[in-house]
Structure formats: C-alpha cells, structure tokens
Design a protein around this ligand. Structure first.
Ligand SMILES: Nc1ncnc2c1ncn2[C@@H]1O[C@H](COP(=O)(O)OP(=O)(O)OP(=O)(O)O)[C@@H](O)[C@H]1O
Length: 325
C-alpha cells in the first residue's frame, strides 16, 4: 500500500478547532492488528467520512472515539476530553447510532423516542420534532417491533439526534433505507451540519461520502491510506475517463484498436472505453460512428477507493480486452 495521500493536517499539529484528535492509535485483537497507528483530526462542524473495506478497522476506531473501547496505545481526545475510561460528562454531548442500536420494542415509535429524550434530559417536543425530521411522523403510533427494517434504522438515527448532541457518530445510517428515504436523510444530515454539528460518518456508499463529506479517511488494514476532501482525492486520482457507447456500435476489437483507448470492457449493455485522452477518443468516435448515445464518465471517489483498496477490476476480468502496450 502506498503512503497515505495528502492530509490537510500534519498528524501532530493539533488544530484549535478540532472536535476529535487521534494520535498514533493502535488496537490489537489477539494476533490481529485491527488499528495500526492511526493519526487524524476531525474539525468542529466538519462532516467527516470514514471509509474502508469490511474489517478495515472503522468500527474499532469509532468505538474508541465513543469511549466504548480502550486503545492499546496512542491518544484519543474527543471535545477536549479523553473518552476512556467511560466519561459520563461527555455522553450528553455525543450522539451515537450503531448497526445494533437497542430499542424499547414494546413501545410505540413516539414513546420510544420520548423515553430516550427523557434519559438525556431532552423534552417531548424534541422527540416529536426529531421523529418528523427522520420521516417517521406517520409511524409514531406503531409499535417498535412492528416497524420495518428501514423505519427502525431511522428511529435509531432519531435516537442519536434527539438530545441535540454536538458530535454525532453514524454507522452506515442509510444501509437499509430505500432511495427516497436515503435522500431525505441526506437533507436531515445537511441541516445538522449547517447547524454546526460535527458528524463522523461510516459508510460503504461512496456516492454518499462524495455528496456529504467535507473530508474522508480511507482506512485499509487498520491504517489511513488517504485523508482529504473527496474533491482533492478525485482530482489527484490517476483514474481514467470512461467513454460509454451502445455495445452494438463497435466491436471490442475495433474499440481496443483506437488511439488513446487503454482498456475496453462490456458493462450492462455498454461498451466502456477507458482513456486518459477522452477528447481524442471522442473525436475519433465521432468520425467512426457519431456521438449519439455516447456518455462520458470522469473519475469518482469510488475509483479512488477501489484503487487504494486494491479491489479495482477485481470481478470484471472475464469481459476485459486489455490493450497490449
Ligand atoms: N471484539 C473483537 N474480537 C476479535 N476481533 C475483532 C473484534 N472486533 C473486531 N475484530 C476484528 O478486527 C478487524 C476490524 O474490525 P472492525 O469491525 O473494526 O472493521 P470495520 O472496518 O468496521 O468492518 P465492517 O465494514 O465490516 O463493519 C476485523 O478483522 C475484525 O474481525
């Protein structure tokens, strides 16, 4: 794995506006080094994404920030305090949604949220407003055990937000949501950010990270492989431009023979031409077949992620026609 791509902070230079400072943190489970010397800072008011393949160490790292796990070495500082040993003063300032959030299943959605609100000293109005914010107004009188998976997930998010915490940890919050609910949640999260909250967001949806996050850290095998804004990461990426055209327009061999085309694949009825010189390829295509129905796709955060995690092209080899240099 190459060195971590640029970070806006030098690791040991603590920003005055940091909500979280992590320095050289390590955590081992038996023989397995789950977190291997991570240093990063999350600024106050920042929407910070934590990305990485299954088992990369994201949950372990977040749990150390939440005060649920102790680091073997290194330091974790959250809102100016150490979250470990369990720091009761910090708890009301944090909002935590996990994949295994607990519910009072024999209560209605509204009763549940009012109970959670009361535990944190927040009011019924806060509960009712948060329920509406996550789109559960229509289900407020439904027993928690009868909510759908996506509705429960929204209730878990509401439970993390109801007391107005400064720092919010969300672990794959859109995993079970339908596309509309996902977009609605994005709006809720953007409003939280506008209101100055800090959000640490774990997700496997790269489009989501690109749309929402100010900066992302990509964790690979317990280390930070990249840390920057999605924009900077994508701009610096070596990923090619893809030119897509209907598969019947050209043969793969003809496409692979075009000047500037580095690689040809077939995906979902499209011939995909990868190139570093899209202008040249488009001109040639125009002359050969015309440009009707031709689409161009530039690099995305997903390309950067796949490059860094080594997963790029992993399952497409059967369809490849790579051009020999
Ligand atoms: N309590 C534990 N005991 C032993 N090993 C653990 C424990 N928790 C996590 N691990 C291991 O540590 C590694 C990192 O796990 P972690 O859950 O932090 O990864 P992750 O990036 O959150 O993965 P995912 O995307 O699948 O949620 C994995 O190999 C996992 O099997």
């Amino acid at each position: 794995m190459s060195e971590a791509r640029s970070t806006a902070f030098a690791p040991h230079e603590e920003a005055a506006d940091a909500a979280i400072v992590i320095e050289e943190v390590r955590k081992r489970y038996g023989d397995h080094q789950a977190v291997d010397g991570v240093s990063l800072q999350v600024r106050r008011g920042e929407f910070f994404g934590l990305l990485g393949p299954n088992g990369a160490g994201k949950t372990t790292l977040v749990e150390m920030m939440e005060g649920l796990r102790r680091a073997d070495s290194g330091t974790v500082t959250v809102l100016g305090q150490s979250p470990w040993p369990r720091n009761v003063a910090l708890l009301p300032r944090l909002g935590v949604q996990t994949q295994t959030s607990a519910f009072f299943v024999r209560q209605t959605a509204r009763e549940h949220l009012r109970t959670v609100a009361a535990l944190y000293g927040a009011g019924r109005d806060d509960a009712d407003r948060t329920l509406a914010d996550v789109g559960l107004d229509g289900q407020r009188d439904v027993m928690v055990e009868n909510l759908s998976g996506g509705q429960r997930q929204r209730l878990a998010i509401a439970s993390a937000l109801v007391h107005g915490p400064e720092l919010i940890f969300l672990d794959e919050p859109t995993a079970a949501l339908d596309p509309q609910a996902r977009r609605d949640l994005w709006d809720v999260l953007r409003e939280l950010k506008s209101a100055g909250r800090t959000i640490v967001y774990t997700t496997h949806h790269l489009d989501e990270a690109e749309a929402l996050c100010d900066r992302v850290a990509i964790l690979v095998a317990g280390s930070v492989a990249a840390l920057d804004s999605p924009h900077h990461l994508v701009s610096a990426a070596a990923a090619p431009t893809r030119v897509l055209l209907p598969v019947e327009r050209l043969s793969r061999e003809e496409a692979a023979a075009m000047a500037g085309v580095d690689r040809v694949t077939v995906q979902g009825g499209s011939l995909v031409l990868e190139t570093a010189t899209s202008g040249k390829v488009l001109q040639a295509l125009d002359a050969l077949t015309g440009l009707d129905g031709v689409q161009t796709r530039t690099a995305t955060l997903e390309d950067v992620y796949l490059e860094l995690t080594g997963a790029r092209h992993g399952d497409q080899h059967d369809h490849d026609t790579e051009r020999q240099a």
